[in-house]
Design a binder for this molecule. Structure first.
Ligand SMILES: Nc1ncnc2c1ncn2[C@@H]1O[C@H](COP(=O)(O)OP(=O)(O)OP(=O)(O)O)[C@@H](O)[C@H]1O
Ligand SMILES: [Mg+2]
Length: 582
């Protein structure tokens, strides 16, 4: 328990260190808090003096009005600065949220892809949205309360000491009791708040999966079980949330009881002192007001702690992402890659999961300009080869060289610029058709875009869309067919016109006639440039200069279509089985 607490304090200190707005804002906030609290403290003193002057028989009405006017002025100024304090803390909180979101976003692009293989996307989204809000809101409310609380408490002690040191002792001695009570109750709440953040994250992850798989869910009639699972989580969240709120709601009434007892004791003691002539009536009223002011922050402590605990729970989840190891950084003085160099795999070893080796010892050289086809059964490691070439993952052993230099010596962006890539999973974004095609070359002219679309065989279907090239595609192209999406991504690389190409099942969903046209355009484009084509339809790879046959992460055969058929090995078997199924 103790250990967890220090953890929380550590997290809070770290969060404070990253607060937005810089020192200036904080100093401003502190100044406003002090002025506003001083106003609130001055008022009771004036009330006391006013009452005493009445009791001394000095019943001048103008004098009384003077006190009232002074009070109004002081309360007004105090309220004004209270408002200013709110504005500044608001500002700090939004700046903090903005900075956290920015850092998280940065982090996401710096994290290795293996992070995304392991994490539910919705959970990550939840860190961006819910946790960042929890941190900024929690700090906003918590710190504003804490700041004015500290000033008020300290100030009240000074005023009380001036009036009666003995009674001040009584008031101050009661304070630890209410703090202890608040902490005792708060400790329980804290664990529930942490659980609450975790569950919200998991629910987001699950909801996202259901969204993605909504058709499969219906097809496999899993709607009911999914609903059950979601309800289960929802119920747990309800339970945890209610408990968290229950415990934090206990503390306010709890401390209030303690404070009221203290108030009564002070009242009695003050009356006795007054009877003995040690304290004036005005003094009693001032003192009682001061003692309430002194105690109020202590009952607020539980509120403050609730806010801060929620903030700490959120911050912990944010820091967990921020603390992950980045991909190996790019070298600063990285040389530019030779985009027209040979590609060599030298003793490459790689596994996504260390306990399941995939590529054990891969050796291969591809001279520039060759059209390479990679074939092999599902799961053989074809896409993996591309992942390594693009440095989406780094090799575990050996090296991949481009133009004789290890690709790890280049900046990733420079390396990736050498390749135009069409992936197995098409990726489109919400925007117009034109923007999607021009993704890698935003300054392309309309003519260039249309030419690329024509070359990719996408022009016809785009022409039939209501808005043509200006048609907006939403939700990653959900309103297009799979084949249409592929044509758009092919048009995209054709427009980019890179020195090398990678096509991973780029035409798998396109009808055979269109595919043939695309293939011809592709051949024209890749003539004299290195290209990698992965295809299950062997008809698409027959013309390649070099065919790599993969099995279980190894290249088991290399050659041309004819030489491989003559070899009568893995390729010939693959070819025969395809013929059978046709
Ligand atoms: N991100 C990943 N994390 C862990 N394992 C992975 C990952 N991607 C692929 N694998 C595993 O690596 C192996 C090779 O996968 P790869 O995607 O390279 O196959 P492929 O030859 O492209 O198959 P397909 O023809 O189905 O596209 C498979 O066994 C797969 O389970
Ligand atoms: Mg693949």
């Amino acid at each position: 328990m103790n250990k967890k607490k220090t953890g929380n304090e550590h997290i809070l200190l770290r969060t404070l260190g990253t607060l937005g707005g810089g020192k200036g804002m904080w100093i401003l906030a502190a100044v406003f808090a002090v002025i506003s609290a001083l106003g609130m403290l001055a008022a009771p003193a004036i009330i006391g003096v006013g009452i005493d002057s009445m009791f001394r028989g000095d019943r001048s009405f103008t004098r009384l009005l003077g006190y009232v006017a002074l009070l109004v002025l002081i309360y007004g100024v105090s309220a004004l600065f209270q408002w200013l304090l709110g504005r500044v803390t608001n500002r700090i909180s939004y700046l903090t949220a903005r900075d956290f979101r920015r850092r998280l976003f940065r982090k996401l692009s710096a994290l290795p892809l293996s992070f995304f293989d392991r994490t539910a996307h919705g959970d990550t989204v939840s860190r961006f949205v819910n946790d960042v809000d929890a941190v900024s809101d929690g700090l906003l409310q918590g710190l504003a309360l804490a700041l004015s609380g500290v000033v008020t408490t300290v100030g009240a002690v000074f005023f009380m000491l001036a009036l009666s040191p003995a009674m001040t002792m009584v008031v101050v001695l009661f304070a630890p009791l209410s703090v202890w009570l608040a902490r005792f109750i708060g400790r329980n709440a804290q664990n529930y708040f942490r659980d609450q953040a975790e569950i919200v994250g998991r629910m987001n992850g699950f909801a996202e999966e259901i969204f993605e798989g909504r058709r499969e869910m219906k097809a496999f009639r899993l709607a009911e079980p999914s609903f059950q699972h979601f309800s289960e989580m929802n119920r747990t969240l309800y339970g945890v949330g209610v408990k968290a709120q229950f415990y934090s709601s206990l503390s306010n009434p709890g401390t209030r009881v303690v404070n009221n007892i203290a108030y009564t004791v002070v009242g009695v003691a003050a009356s006795l002192l007054a009877i003995g002539g040690h304290l004036s009536i005005g003094g009693i009223s001032s003192f009682l007001i001061f003692s309430t002011m002194f105690a109020k922050p202590f009952s607020d402590i539980t509120n403050i702690m609730t806010y801060i605990q929620t903030a700490a729970a959120g911050a912990r989840r944010i820091f967990r992402v921020l603390d992950l190891r980045d991909e190996m950084p790019d070298a600063v003085d990285a040389p530019a890659p030779d985009a027209k160099g040979d590609i060599a795999f030298a003793h490459v070893r790689f596994a996504y999961d260390p306990v399941r080796p995939l590529i054990r010892d891969l050796d291969l050289t591809i001279p520039y300009g060759k059209n390479v086809a990679i074939v092999g059964r599902t799961g053989a490691g074809k896409t993996t080869l591309v992942n390594l070439l693009m440095r989406f993952y780094d090799v575990d052993g050996g090296a991949i060289r481009l133009g004789g230099a290890d690709i790890r010596t280049f900046r990733r962006a420079d390396l990736r610029r050498c390749f135009g890539m069409v992936l197995q999973d098409t990726w489109l974004f919400s925007g117009t058709i034109r923007e999607n095609i021009a993704y890698a070359k935003p300054d392309a002219t309309d003519e260039e875009v249309v030419a690329a679309a024509k070359q990719a065989g996408a022009h016809d279907f785009i022409g039939r869309l209501p808005g043509g090239y200006r048609t907006h595609i939403s939700d990653m192209g959900e309103d297009l067919s799979q084949g249409q999406k592929q044509l758009l991504t092919i048009a995209r690389v054709m427009l980019a016109d890179p020195p090398m190409f990678i096509l991973d099942e780029a035409t798998s969903s396109i009808d055979t006639r269109t595919e043939l046209r695309v293939q011809r355009a592709m051949e024209e484009l890749t003539a004299g440039r290195t290209s990698f084509v992965i295809a299950h339809r062997l008809s698409t790879v027959q013309g390649a200069d070099l065919i790599l046959v993969m099995e279980d992460g190894d290249i088991v055969e290399t050659g041309t279509h004819e030489s491989l058929l003559a070899q009568n090995g893995a390729y010939a078997r693959l070819y025969a089985s395809r013929l059978e199924t046709l």
